[in-house]
Write a new protein. Structure first.
Lengths: 339, 252
């Protein structure tokens, strides 16, 4: 009975992996092909690959490609960090924003817009947002202590988030320039519009580095299913695990927020949605949530462009609009199961 | 071969010493019961011996690297945490964690160890059930099986029989005896003195963080020790079915 069971399980995760990879690839192609300039699929692809399509090549390579790439990278990062955070805290309600990184990254970005630095140099905004994220994670580590419990980490994260949000409000409050305030509000909603390859290159090292850190956590997170004491006695270095979770999450969430603004609900909903498909194993959920997150951001970003193309609907608004009802449905289902 | 040796082990909580200068060795083939009233320091002593909390003095296990310790000892904590609704087999397979390098796939010998543990704890019909849907006693058996699957030379279990029905209490103690017969050693904390008296090869009575008695069950559960440490009177007798111990009444 054992062999068929394993075959079945392997088969199921293989099907899930194939399905998710196919979905991400499909959405990536669709994301490349839609936009205000209407060109045939053949022309677009030719322009993208050869660079011989005149203005269409510029559109494909400078506008649509970075947008689709950032969608995959940021979506994957948010899904992965959400799964890692939930696995580490052993709580399905945990979110990568919980450790205060997205709040402090947003504060850095807001300061860049407010001081006008963002208008002078295009790179000022993402760089200051990354700086904010770094400062935020250092403060959280300092507050929670390197050996602190997960509860201390949550409390420190909440405190830093609240403080960053208060400072952001203060900047908005005192802003003498209504245009800057307007820009800040829109930026905070999160978007992938008008990003260039430069944004991709800025974010890529942090997203890949953080992603590798988080991706290495599978076995430790699996062992943590039995509690911190049992995991430690099975040879898991909890101190290192904790640092890896914090630094990996800070890198990917900080970089995501720096180039795309605050995009909520992906890190919360995706692990929740896919948990059942991987037999609830937190280690297996890492890759599944990565692919799922990439698909969710790509799909939302396509929706943004299709539904009201002329109104610049913000990505973060759509992910929250899609994510919140999905989350409510999951809660309802969980309640019915009586867990 | 000694599987555990503690020398002069002390643990402070704040300024209070909760474990004072404990000396203890445990060898192959032993099932050592750790008994004592609530707050005597049983859990603290076990965790300090494992090196999970800071302690003064020496412990052979705490001196090991995390990985080497995972191969030397299996630890079953008192809190029976199973955070996600993974299957029973998945939980038990986690016991193989210390034997696998990062990224290494499960080998046939790992599956064999998992199957042995499942068989030993009679969990075959639960194998594919989500562990979180089982009763508390069934979960306890799953977690005992998890620590057995680790197949470490030493097993340290903190009140593994709490909440089990009599048949499964005996089955759990038998699985420890069986492990000892295979040359392993077991240190198990218990509240049921009758169970401890019957199934342990040796008892350690812990009182206010100190070892009050260490020896064969009939030599440690004497009327005077039972009275001073536990505050109870008891009936005990060496019968043709072995040493029998039954708590009777409070002393006061």
């Amino acid at each position: 009975m054992l062999a068929p069971f394993w075959a079945l399980l392997m088969g199921r995760s293989a099907i899930l992996a194939l399905g998710l990879v196919g979905l991400v690839l499909g959405l990536f192609v669709v994301s490349l092909l839609i936009g205000p300039s209407t060109a045939s699929v053949g022309d677009s692809t030719y322009a993208l690959i050869t660079g011989q399509g005149g203005p269409l090549s510029v559109v494909m390579r400078e506008i649509r490609l970075p947008r689709a790439l950032l969608g995959v990278l940021i979506g994957g990062s948010l899904g992965l960090s959400g799964a890692a955070m939930q696995g580490y805290l052993r709580n399905p309600l945990a979110d990568p924003g919980l450790i205060g990184v997205s709040g402090s990254a947003a504060l850095g970005a807001v300061l860049a817009i407010q001081t006008g630095l963002a208008a002078i140099a295009a790179l000022a905004l993402p760089v200051m947002a990354l700086g904010g994220a770094l400062l935020g994670v250092l403060l959280v580590l300092l507050l929670a202590g390197p050996r602190g419990t997960s509860l201390a980490l949550i409390l420190a994260g909440i405190a830093i988030s609240a403080f960053a949000a208060a400072l952001t409000s203060l900047v908005l409050n005192l802003s003498p320039n209504p245009y800057a305030a307007n820009e800040i509000v829109f930026w905070m909603m999160g978007s992938l519009a008008d990003r260039s390859m430069t944004h991709v290159w800025i974010a890529l090292p942090f997203l890949l580095g953080g992603g590798l850190l988080l991706g290495s956590l599978g076995r430790g997170l699996d062992a943590l299913t039995l509690g911190e004491d049992a995991a430690e006695a099975m040879g898991i270095n909890l101190l290192r695990l904790r640092l890896t979770v914090i630094l990996g999450t800070a890198a990917v969430v900080g970089a995501s927020t720096a180039v795309a603004g605050a995009i909520g609900f992906v890190g919360l909903v995706m692990p929740h949605l896919l948990r059942g498909f991987v037999g609830s194993r937190p280690g297996a959920l890492l890759w599944a949530a990565t692919l799922g997150g990439a698909a969710m951001i790509l799909a939302s970003d396509i929706l943004v462009r299709l539904v009201v193309p002329d109104r610049d609907l913000k990505l973060g608004v759509v992910t929250a609009l899609v994510g919140a009802p999905l989350f409510l449905h999951l809660i309802y289902r969980t309640r019915k199961e009586g867990v | 071969m000694m599987l555990l040796s503690l020398h002069n082990l002390s643990v402070k909580r704040g300024r209070k010493r909760v474990i004072s200068e404990v000396d203890l060795t445990l060898g192959q083939g032993e099932v050592v019961g750790l008994v004592g009233p609530n707050g005597a320091g049983k859990t603290t002593l076990m965790r300090a011996a494992l090196g999970l909390i800071p302690a003064d003095g020496q412990s052979s296990l705490a001196a090991l690297s995390a990985r080497a310790r995972g191969k030397a000892v299996a630890w079953m904590p008192q809190s029976r945490e199973i955070a996600w609704s993974v299957t029973v087999e998945t939980v038990i397979r986690l016991g193989r964690t210390p034997h696998l390098r990062a990224g290494q796939k499960q080998r046939p010998e790992d599956q064999a160890a998992v199957d042995r543990a499942i068989e030993q704890m009679g969990l075959d019909r639960f194998r594919d059930r989500p562990a979180t849907q089982l009763s508390g006693g069934e979960q306890a058996r799953v977690l005992i099986a998890r620590s057995l699957a680790q197949e470490a030379p030493l097993l340290i279990a903190d009140e593994p029989t709490a909440g089990l029905d009599p048949a499964h209490q005996i089955a759990a103690m038998r699985s420890f005896t069986q492990a000892a017969a295979q040359g392993r050693g077991v240190l198990v904390s218990l509240h049921d003195l009758g169970l401890a008296a019957r199934h342990c090869t040796r008892l350690i009575v812990l009182h206010n963080g100190k070892i009050a008695a260490d020896g064969l069950p009939q030599d440690t559960l004497t009327p005077s020790i039972v009275k001073t440490v536990f505050g109870i009177t008891a009936f005990s007798q060496i019968t043709d079915k072995g040493f029998v111990f039954q708590a009777l009444d409070l002393t006061s």
